[in-house]
Design a protein around this ligand. Structure first.
Ligand SMILES: [Fe+2]
Length: 359
């Protein structure tokens, strides 16, 4: 299998993995052959890339943090919980929902999945290949955060609190007017101040849930705080920011940079990593950034890359600790013609650059 962008995909490719909508429902099942009209349909609803079966990459198996079924369950639950909570809270008609009870089983499932994969030589993660929708974003950052938490040696109960907090961290955005949320381009200073309120709005809502831990709610309040005090809403610095807030800050920025947005294409994963490193110690917690790079394969197996010289290559292995320079299999020349595949270890061949990726 390999991932291809819907911008460049040819018809008659066979889907290697089902395509899910923002609530986790199957839009197109794996095994389906993509016709021109299906491709147009997928583009029109904002799907950025799909995974396909391909002769040159038939031996590759994509490794994801969780299987599609669990991902689907997380999307569905996040969607429902966010909406029920906001409707209930602001109409004051219903009792606040028991959020922990609802989300804990899913988070425990993720932790289980991550534990089973620990010790594997490589870590995975096609999770950021979906669009930037609120629900996909919430699930993506939750998976990243839990992988980081495992890398940092957090206890299971800490991981549960963190995971639940991550699923809910942007709940306050449901109170921000749509035109501001979806504005393609820079916000005015007034709009930006309003946007920043999603952190405290979220915190206020979550504190009303009778079974949610205080630290889960803190994720919403603190995920935009920065180590040097430049964040919001309170401008906290260093240890004043709870560890969960520091983890959330790193994974939230990484996910946002690598997702396609209406107003700009996604950054390359290694560019996003440079942003994190550039901010390590000043904006971001260095230990968290390190744990992130140890646990998340930023170029996952099956991702299609464009190399200097225009060659297209697919990631074959993404060894831990050097996931910024994976082993790739070259499959097409610059003119888009298939070549007899050969493999390059980019950690050895430093003259070849990654200049693009399909996501
Ligand atoms: Fe946020």
């Amino acid at each position: 299998m390999r991932w291809v962008s819907l911008r460049t995909i040819q018809p008659n490719r066979v889907l290697a993995q089902s395509v899910l909508d923002e609530r986790g429902r199957v839009l197109l099942a794996r095994g389906i052959t993509l016709t021109p009209s299906l491709i147009a349909k997928l583009r029109s609803i904002g799907v950025g890339s799909v995974s396909i079966e391909d002769e040159a990459t038939a031996d590759l198996v994509g490794q994801s943090f969780v299987d599609n079924e669990l991902r689907q369950a997380m999307l569905e639950a996040t969607y429902q919980v966010l909406h029920e909570t906001m409707n209930g809270t602001y109409s004051k008609m219903v009792r606040p929902p028991r959020l922990r009870q609802r989300l804990q089983p899913l988070v425990l499932d993720v932790i289980d999945n991550l534990r089973r994969q620990e010790g594997a030589s490589e870590h995975f993660g096609n999770v950021y290949l979906s669009d930037g929708e609120l629900y996909h974003h919430s699930v993506n950052v939750t998976l990243f955060a839990l992988a980081v938490a495992l890398g940092l040696g957090l206890t299971e109960s800490q991981m549960v609190d963190l995971g639940i907090g991550m699923l809910l961290h942007d709940i306050g955005k449901l109170k921000i007017p749509e035109p501001i949320l979806k504005k393609p381009g820079k916000l005015t200073p007034e709009e930006y101040s309003l946007m920043k309120l999603h952190t405290s709005y979220g915190y206020e809502v979550l504190r009303q849930s009778p079974d949610l831990s205080a630290t889960s709610a803190l994720v919403s309040l603190q995920h935009h705080e920065r180590m040097d005090g430049s964040g919001y809403p309170r401008g906290l610095a260093g240890d004043e920011i709870h560890l969960f807030g520091r983890i959330a800050g790193v994974v939230d920025v990484y996910e946002a940079l690598t997702a396609n947005r209406v107003y700009r294409p996604a950054h390359l994963p290694h560019e996003a990593v440079e942003v994190l490193f550039g901010g390590g110690g000043t904006q971001f917690d260095v230990n968290v950034v390190d744990a992130f790079l140890r646990t998340v394969a930023i170029y996952p197996v099956g991702m299609t890359l464009v190399l200097s010289g225009g060659y297209r290559a697919v990631v074959v292995r993404s060894p831990r600790m050097r996931t910024q320079r994976p082993v790739v299999r070259v499959i097409e020349d610059a003119a888009g013609h298939p070549v007899t595949p050969w493999e390059v270890d980019l950690s050895q061949d430093l003259t070849t650059q990654i200049i693009g990726c399909e996501s």
